[in-house]
Design a binder for this molecule. Structure first.
Ligand SMILES: Nc1ncnc2c1ncn2[C@@H]1O[C@H](COP(=O)(O)OP(=O)(O)OP(=O)(O)O)[C@@H](O)[C@H]1O
Ligand SMILES: [Mg+2]
Length: 236
């Protein structure tokens, strides 16, 4: 049950959107996902209230520094992936969540290349490694990529980050109406109406590729007990 945390010290980098897209896609693929909503704006909690119960998906709200570890411990047998959404900050809560993570995703807006907030998280990860010997896997995910960003520009961005030793997901998250509208409509990309949301098919394909890459990089480690519980739950 890996813990995947979305972090960027800068507000509005696209953390909540990326976290929800990944979580709903993993759940749609049959993985049991628990979202820990530690974003004070509670967008995912509001989305969940609007959407009603979703198969394979639980949302825990009001997650604090003190409760984070307890939530993970109490739900680990019923969860294939924990997804943590954080505030756009660099505070003790962010540091705690990062310390409990198996993988930290750092969304950076590709078009703006405003990497400052992302760099602060990378710094935090480096400090954890140097001061405490705790090494946490992490990767940058370029988000809000506009269709006009050329492949050449993309390659240049990825190269720049790679030179600094930062892993970058091959899959980028596009700037898509569906990724905005999901918070207003509720439900998932799969339940949205293609007549009403432009390029929904492209958004769905984007989410599928994102989940595929994350599953490859951060495989679900199911314990025997959780597999058994899963099977029993399905049979019931
Ligand atoms: N891929 C995307 N396509 C379209 N709009 C997006 C995308 N990603 C983010 N946005 C929009 O950008 C704004 C900020 O995104 P989001 O709330 O996901 O960022 P955040 O990093 O969670 O912000 P905060 O730090 O305030 O929690 C929102 O209005 C959201 O709808
Ligand atoms: Mg947010």
């Amino acid at each position: 049950m890996p813990v995947i945390t979305f972090a960027n010290a800068k507000g509005g980098a696209g953390k909540t959107t990326a976290a929800l897209i990944l979580a709903t896609e993993l759940a749609a693929q049959g993985y049991r996902v628990t979202i820990l909503d530690a974003d004070p704006q509670r967008w995912i909690t509001r989305w969940h209230e609007l959407s009603g119960a979703q198969r394979n998906l639980s949302v825990i709200s009001e997650v604090s520094m003190g409760s984070l570890q307890t939530h993970i411990r109490e739900n680990r047998d019923y969860t294939d992936y924990f997804i943590v959404d954080l505030a756009g900050a660099r505070d003790a809560m962010v540091a705690t969540a990062i310390g409990l993570s198996d993988h930290v995703m750092i969304p950076i807006q590709g078009c703006a290349m405003d990497a400052h907030g992302g760099a602060q998280i990378l710094e935090l990860l480096q400090q954890l490694d140097q001061r405490a010997g705790v090494r946490i896997d992490h990767s940058v995910v370029l988000t809000r990529m506009s269709a006009v960003v050329t492949t050449r520009a993309m390659v240049a961005i990825k190269q720049l980050l790679a030179e600094r030793g930062v892993a970058v997901l091959d899959t980028t998250i596009g700037e898509r109406a569906a990724f905005r509208d999901i918070f207003d409509c509720g439900g998932t990309l799969r339940t949205m109406d293609p007549q009403r949301v432009s390029n929904l098919d492209k958004a769905r394909e984007n989410a599928r590729l994102l989940a595929e890459e994350v599953l490859r990089r951060v495989p679900a480690r199911r314990t025997t007990s959780s597999r058994l519980l899963h099977r029993l739950a399905r049979a019931a």
